[in-house]
Design a protein around this ligand. Structure first.
Ligand code: FAD
Ligand code: NAD
Length: 464
């Protein structure tokens, strides 16, 4: 029986462990904090639990336009936090149960490589495991930037922002990436004055530019302030609270806020892992891997955030599965172009495949089709018709290259687009797939029709 040791129990590691057990291996999983990793404990799940509460609060307090009136609606913050913790605990227990049911041995402690396939688990009485394959899945941690005032109380990272004692009156967010935007939406919905400070000209750099501008405009309408092309120089303590000193061009301004959230990216967590001892190569902190997620050392794999390829939970899990399948001599498949990226604002943002900017940069001849959700009945009911679906397809064959959505249910709708990419579907195949009425998904077919300027529920472009 092959022996697999997995270091790290996040979505990369625990999924790899379960898959390896399914394939008949003896599996050991080493975790030094909480099973479920960043995602379940301080990432995907708690943020979405809080965003769901924020959405509910917003719906109740803004229901008058739909004839729903409620007076004296209040937020019981400790109860919101307790619900978030309850969801996290339930999921973590669930994963622990799955590991047990699959016969995975869980070791509590920090794992370190003592040789390529030798793992030592620290603690009072260290344990050494020899394996046929080792899967490194130790995840990532927030990037810390140096600026005067970085250590002031109230300057926080995303983990702390998930456990605030109270809703802050004001919040300055350094970094307009996914974390910055989700926390901006979250705390703005609960009434905080929010300012996002982004050094690039536009927020959400990897998102299709048109969609990023739409979500920025939407959040701005809800009262979030954006300073783009802006750099933080320091944070000072003032009588009014913290003051983030921000330089944009030749202008310097101070954003006074109760809390300053720094969300400028995450970096692989490899400290103390013994990479050098094991001869595992890394570049700028990221463990280097090949197409099977194997490192330069045979039988040693690195999956998820720690290889720095793409920092998403579902990508980590897919890589974990691919790595153990390869390690155990099975065929595996990992289709990078089908990985969706989702942002859980209200309405949501989701994209898969090439952005228009990427298609241009790669010199690909493409067409686009865009359908405004104002022309979709279900979107009109759910979000007043805000949003759009944009499809990018090859100019010659009409193959789907990318789909980008801003609108209600975007994070679920994107699954159809991911499957379309996986099956190398064309716009014609999307058009001839019949979508139920009334659903937001109808707009996917309409966006495909729009590639040829033939959307049904939108007026044709005026002929000049
Ligand atoms: P992790 O989840 O970080 O797990 C690594 C595990 O390894 C941890 O449990 C850690 O304790 C353990 N570990 C580390 N070193 C050792 C060691 N030496 N020995 C033993 N154990 C060790 N992604 C999404 O797809 N969707 C989202 O909505 C989303 N929201 C997010 C929100 C926030 C606020 C953050 C911070 C991240 C979010 N992400 C989201 C990203 C997602 O959390 C990560 O991509 C994902 O958790 C990566 O999984 P992983 O298994 O590679 O690493
Ligand atoms: P990010 O890389 O998405 O965004 C960081 C942003 O900070 C960028 O826009 C960057 O230009 C900006 N920035 C960097 N340095 C700056 C500075 N000094 N001043 C101002 N702006 C600066 O990183 P993140 O938002 O911290 O998220 C980390 C990872 O977590 C991402 O890879 C993301 O995929 C993942 N995540 C995913 C989700 C989701 O899937 N819904 C949610 C949260 C986090």
């Amino acid at each position: 029986m092959k022996k697999i040791v997995v270091i790290g129990g996040g979505p990369g590691g625990y999924v790899a462990a379960i898959r390896a057990a399914q394939l008949g291996a003896e599996v050991h999983l080493v975790e030094n904090q909480h099973i479920g990793g960043t995602c379940l404990n301080v990432g995907c799940i708690p943020t979405k639990a809080l965003l769901h509460a924020a959405e509910l609060y917003h719906a109740i307090t803004h229901g008058a336009s739909q004839g729903i009136k409620a007076d004296n609606v209040t937020v019981d913050w400790p109860a919101v936090m307790a619900r978030k913790r309850a969801v996290v605990t339930k999921l973590v227990r669930g994963v622990e149960g799955l590991l047990k049911a699959n016969g995975v041995t869980v070791h509590r402690g920090a794992g370190a490589l003592k040789g390529p396939r030798t793992v030592e688990i620290g603690g009072d009485s260290p344990v050494t495991l020899e394996a046929d394959a080792v899967i490194i899945a130790t995840g990532s941690e927030p990037v810390r930037i140096n600026f005067p005032g970085a250590d002031l109380p109230g300057v926080i990272d995303s983990t702390a922002a998930l456990s605030l004692q109270a809703i802050p009156a004001s919040l300055a967010i350094i970094g307009g990436g996914v974390i910055g935007v989700e926390f901006a939406a979250l705390y703005r919905s609960f009434g905080a004055e929010v300012t996002v400070i982004e050094m690039l000209p536009e927020i959400l750099p990897p998102v299709d530019g048109e969609i990023a501008a739409l979500i920025r405009g939407h959040l701005a309408k809800q009262g979030v302030k954006f300073l783009t092309g802006a750099r933080l120089s320091e944070v000072k303590q003032t009588d009014a609270g913290l003051a983030a000193v921000v330089v944009a061009g030749d202008k310097t301004q101070e954003i006074v806020a109760e809390q300053v959230l720094v969300a400028v990216g995450r970096r692989p967590r490899t400290e103390g892992l013994g990479l050098e001892a094991a001869g595992v190569a890394a570049e700028r902190g990221r463990i280097k891997v090949d197409a099977n997620f194997m490192t330069n050392q045979s039988g040693v794999y690195a999956v998820g955030d720690v290889n720095g390829l793409i920092m998403l939970a579902h990508a980590a899990s897919a890589q974990g599965i691919a790595a153990v399948e390869h390690a155990l001599g099975h065929r595996s498949a990992y289709h990078v172009n089908t990985i969706p990226s989702c942002i859980y604002t209200n309405p949501e943002v989701a994209g898969v495949g090439l952005t228009e900017e990427a298609a241009k940069a790669q010199g690909i001849a493409y067409n686009t089709g865009t359908f405004q959700l104002a022309g979709n009945g279900k979107a009109l009911i759910e979000s007043g018709g805000t949003g759009q679906i944009k499809i990018i397809s090859g100019a010659k064959h009409g193959e789907i290259l990318g789909v980008h959505i801003f609108g209600p249910r975007a994070t679920d709708l994107i699954a159809e687009a991911a499957l379309a990419l996986r099956l190398e579907a064309t716009v014609d195949e999307l058009v001839t797939t019949i979508h139920a009425h009334p659903t937001v998904s109808e707009a996917m077919g309409e966006a495909a029709l729009a590639v040829a300027g033939a959307a049904i529920h939108w007026p044709p472009a005026r002929k000049s």
